[in-house]
Every structure is written in C-alpha cells, then in structure tokens.
Ligand binder design. Structure first.
Ligand SMILES: Nc1ncnc2c1ncn2[C@@H]1O[C@H](COP(=O)(O)OP(=O)(O)OP(=O)(O)O)[C@@H](O)[C@H]1O
Ligand SMILES: [Mg+2]
Length: 263
C-alpha cells in the first residue's frame, strides 16, 4: 500500500484528470486502487460516477465521525474504488481550524485500509484539506501544465511541502515526480518543458500528457479516458504514466499506515 497525493496549488493544471486516469491506469496493471476526493469541487467524484455532491462523503469523515469504510464506493472502473467529496468540504478548512491534530484526520481515517495504491486528489489551494492530503501521503505527484504562466507559484508548493515536513515530522514526504500536462507542439510548451527539465532535474517524469479533448469527453461520460478512448493520445499517455509511477513508487504489501496517524 502506498499513498500518492496529486497536488499543485495552481488551478486547472490537470490534477483531477491525472488522479482519475492514473487510478484507472494502475487498475489496468492489476492494482487495487482507492481514489480519495479531497476537494469541495468534487470533480473526481463526478468524473468516475456521474454523481454531483453526494452525501454522505469524505466531509462526514473529516469533520464528522463517520467511518471511512461506510463511504467507499465502486466506480465505473473495475478495481477503482472512491471516497467521494462534496461541496461541504469547501467549509472544512474553517470547521477544522480549531480541532487538535487537524492535519492528521485523513491519515487516521485511512489507517488499516488495504489497497495497493491510494490516490488523493486535492483542491487548488494549500489549506487544511491539502495539508491533510499531504500528511496522509507517502509521495506527491505534481502536475504542471505546459502553458504560459504555469510556473508562477510553483515555489509556493515546494515551500509548503518543506514546511509540512518540519511541522508534521514528515521527513519522508517526497515529490515522487513532476508530470507535464497539456503538452502540445508549440514554442511555449517546448520552452516550458526545457525550463522544467532544468528546475526539476531527475524529478520530471518521462511521460508527458498531451493536450487532448478526449479527456474532457471521458469526464462527461463518467469514465476514464482508458475506457472511453484507450487509443487516443491521452489514453496511451495515461497508461504509460501508470507504468512509470508503478515502477517509481512500487506498492508495498502491507496495509495503510502513516507515522503519527494516531495523533
Ligand atoms: N491534457 C489535457 N488536455 C486537454 N484538456 C485537459 C487536459 N487535462 C485536463 N483537461 C481539462 O482541463 C480542465 C481542468 O483539468 P482538471 O480539472 O484535471 O484540473 P485541476 O488541476 O484538477 O483543476 P482544479 O485546480 O480546479 O481542481 C478540465 O476540463 C479537464 O477536462
Ligand atoms: Mg481538480
């Protein structure tokens, strides 16, 4: 069992698309995957089930006292299960602010679950929800879109991860990789790729996710692009990404356990 958080404080860079399709790709490589939607927009929930802001959801686990196994659903993808999010999560930052151990609530809730991979989708902010997601993860995968201005603000994520490592005693929380999304054959995309290669030397994943409309269409059909259009450029790329991630971050044969998870 290994937990991977998909994070970038910047909006619209392909976090949810990557979470959903990486989960589906790993499932095709015979892995059992739990996708956790830690975002009040609940886009991952919609993308794999068609449900809009279902209740109960992860909110009732993080803010209430519901057990997580009562909100684990099957999805339209074989071997992918989902803990849904809903709009109430948008208030969770405020509601959790006064609670002790507030950054550890997700890690505690996941304790003892037995999947090969837990993939956590996060909101485009660095509030308590994203902190919960990072604290619950062994590794972080950062999607960066190869469009103009996409690099502005990336240092903030670096700094937050660094801060959390210190605050929460998470020396082992690592960026597993940076994944380039919205790749297209333009000067801007190629220039941004060159900058990323230098900035994230050794961390930039080989797989690039192309800009491709089938991703959006697959969301609307509530399935992964691997089901909707397996031979599309993005379908091929996300399966390749799953292979790369499986190689870089192999699953461990033991149930979920994160240090300090009893905090
Ligand atoms: N590689 C791609 N090519 C074309 N469209 C894409 C690609 N990746 C994502 N999209 C589309 O771009 C939009 C934003 O993607 P997505 O929702 O995955 O980003 P996000 O980082 O999760 O956004 P947010 O920060 O709001 O959570 C969606 O409509 C999605 O379908
Ligand atoms: Mg999203």
């Amino acid at each position: 069992m290994v937990a991977i958080c998909i994070a970038n404080n910047k909006g619209g860079v392909g976090k949810t698309t990557t979470a959903v399709n990486l989960a589906a790709g790993l499932a095709r490589l015979h892995q059992r995957v739990l996708l956790v939607d830690v975002d009040g927009q609940a886009n991952a929930t919609y993308a794999l089930t068609g449900r809009v802001h279902p209740v109960p959801s992860l909110y009732d686990v993080l803010v209430g006292s519901r057990k997580i196994d009562t909100v684990i659903w099957q999805t339209n993808e074989e071997n992918v299960w989902l803990v849904p999010g809903d709009g109430r999560l948008q208030n969770a930052d405020v509601e959790l602010a006064a609670k002790a151990g507030r950054e550890w609530r997700l890690a505690r809730a996941l304790h003892g679950l037995d999947y090969d991979y837990i993939i956590i989708d996060t909101p485009p902010s660095l509030g308590v929800l994203t902190q919960n997601a990072l604290a619950a993860s062994h590794k972080v995968l950062v999607p960066i879109s190869l469009t103009e201005f996409s690099l502005i603000g990336i240092d903030k994520l670096d700094a937050t991860i660094e801060e959390l490592r210190e605050q929460l005693d998470l020396e082992d929380l690592e960026i597993a990789g940076v994944i380039a999304t919205f790749f297209e054959d333009t000067t801007t995309a190629r220039d941004t790729w060159d900058i990323l290669e230098k900035k994230f030397e050794g961390q930039l994943l080989e797989t690039r996710i192309p800009k491709n409309l089938d991703l959006e269409k697959a969301h609307r059909e509530h399935e992964s692009v691997l089901s909707f259009a397996p031979n599309s450029t993005s379908g091929v790329a996300y399966l390749q990404l799953a292979r790369e991630v499986k190689r870089l971050v192999p699953a461990r044969a033991r149930p979920y356990n994160r240090r300090n998870s009893n905090a």
